[in-house]
Ligand binder design. Structure first.
Ligand code: AMP
Ligand code: MG
Length: 479
């Protein structure tokens, strides 16, 4: 294990602060798949993992730090944020030799805690743990999760909950808001150092180029566009797309009141604290572009306005291309019949009118063949209205020109349309059991979500639409 590379930056970038150990910690969940993807040194051993993640004993060579940043939160500028409860303890290498930063989220107060207690609740760590691994398995760039350590120490949110620490790993935790922090303090040198760090960590092929900062910004634009295309295609809503939650590596970062689309509704707002729907599902592409404009401003000392505008102009076409490409694969087609995207847009409009479950409907479509069969009924049963029937005829017509067998297409569709996503009610059930110190459901969900495209006969119920009681579940920013 190496000290975090971020600690080699000047002192203005972070505060050195040790984790505050959890009282009588216990392991809630571990993730063997993630552990095997990284060289964790001694942390492969359960005892050492518990000691390190709980902040009790850190491995040798660690230099724990909390990073400073700023951000636009719900559109409003906040000049001082930072890791108020997350502490980076080390860098680890993946199989390709790339460095990732290991962070303990919920590790206690730091100089950036403001009025917070520095803790995370068990509920939110379980949600982040499961969702980040679900996203990884879906092929969506994300932070990874190594383990959760819990404690019976009470933590006060809307109600009394208990504390937990999530050990998470990211290529870096540099945010758009990290650039904003230094730019708005007028620290040009720090902005350049940060850009060089981001290049070294995420885009090493740009190092040494005279136009490296323009190229860096462009790469962030393109990786963000690609990320948002993935989110939209799988029906993921982040919930709090503040600039301090946006990664310069183009990965999903900071899971809070996120959700996966169930009954299809582009106006869906998963975060009940988001009263105006700023971060509703259909707003995500536009919000990410707004955030990229904030980043362009914050990199203003490194970029000409012309270069920034040229890169920003690439965002929408890049997102559209990636989204349509992914959607084409979801539909099992090689090319669009007629105008690109129309067949999809029509299906989504029908889904919206009839409240079809986004994940289940696509999965059911994979079973439909060129010749009418029982699979048609199984697909059509997802729609409360009759207009899916004519759409299915158009789809079948489109299949005629595709030169792909039903079996092949079905296999291809099942490898891009998940059967399992982290439905809110599934996470809720796992959390309720974990609060009683029964962690089996967290482990089971992790196992299922790490293979989201497989059909597990014994876990059929995990692919079902949400039960009626799930309508009453509310998610807020509280975590
Ligand atoms: P988040 O909503 O988790 O993205 O956090 C937004 C900001 O609030 C970040 O700067 C966090 O470090 C900080 N924060 C959130 N919860 C806490 C807490 N319980 N204690 C201290 N800081 C917190
Ligand atoms: Mg955050």
């Amino acid at each position: 294990m190496l000290a975090p590379g971020y600690a080699a930056l000047p002192a203005a970038f972070y505060a050195r602060v040790a984790p505050t150990p959890l009282t009588e910690p216990y392991l809630v969940a571990t993730n063997a798949a993630a552990a095997s993807d990284f060289d964790l040194g001694g942390l492969g051993d359960e005892r050492q993992l518990l000691d390190a993640a709980s902040g009790t004993v850190l491995p040798g060579g660690c230099t724990p730090i909390a990073a400073v940043y700023a951000g636009h939160q719900f559109g409003a500028w906040v000049q001082q944020l930072g890791d108020g409860r997350a502490i980076a303890i080390a860098d680890v290498r993946d199989a390709r030799g790339a460095l990732w930063e290991l962070q303990l989220k919920g590790a206690g107060e730091t100089p950036f805690s403001r009025s917070g207690d520095g803790r995370a609740v068990l509920r939110s760590t379980i949600r982040e743990f499961l969702c980040s691994e679900a996203m990884h398995a879906l092929g969506i760039p994300t932070t990874r999760a190594l383990c959760i350590v819990g404690s019976d120490t009470p933590v006060y949110r809307e109600s009394v909950e208990t504390a937990a620490v999530l050990a998470r790993i990211a290529p870096s935790h540099v945010r758009f808001g990290t650039f904003e922090y230094f730019y708005y303090r007028g620290d040009r040198e720090a902005v350049a150092l940060l850009a060089d760090y981001a290049i070294a960590r995420h885009y090493p092929e740009l190092a040494g180029r005279s136009d490296r900062y323009e190229a860096l910004f462009r790469q962030i634009v393109l990786s963000t566009a690609r990320l948002i295309a993935f989110w939209q295609a799988v029906g993921f809503e982040h919930g709090v797309m503040n600039t301090d939650n946006m990664s310069v590596a183009g990965i999903t970062l900071d899971y809070g009141p996120f959700g996966f689309m169930e009954a299809y509704d582009p106006d869906w707002i998963c975060n009940h604290s988001d009263h105006l729907g700023r971060y509703r599902f259909s707003a995500q592409p536009g919000v990410a572009l707004w955030n990229l404009h904030c980043l362009a401003a914050a990199m203003g000392t490194l970029l000409s306005e012309e270069a920034a505008l040229l890169a920003l102009a690439e965002y929408e076409p890049a997102l559209r291309t990636a989204y349509l490409e992914r959607s084409l694969r979801k539909l099992g087609l090689h090319s669009w019949p007629g105008e690109a995207g129309t067949l999809l847009a029509d299906l989504l409009a029908i889904m919206r009118r009839s409240g079809a479950d986004y994940t289940i409907a696509f999965r059911a479509l994979a079973k439909v063949g060129r010749v009418p069969s029982d699979a048609d009924q199984a697909f059509l049963a997802n729609f409360a209205t009759a207009d899916a029937g004519p759409w299915l005829l158009r789809y079948r017509e489109a299949l005629e020109s595709q030169h792909i067998s039903d079996a092949e297409r079905s296999r291809a569709m099942r490898s891009v349309n998940p059967k399992y996503v982290l439905r809110n009610y599934l996470a809720h059930q796992a959390i309720e059991r974990a609060a009683r110190r029964e962690f089996d459901e967290v482990a089971r969900l992790l196992e299922i979500l790490q293979r989201p495209y497989d059909a597990w006969p014994q876990y059929e119920s995990y692919a079902a639409p949400p039960p009626p009681w799930a309508n009453d579940l509310q998610l807020s920013c509280s975590s």
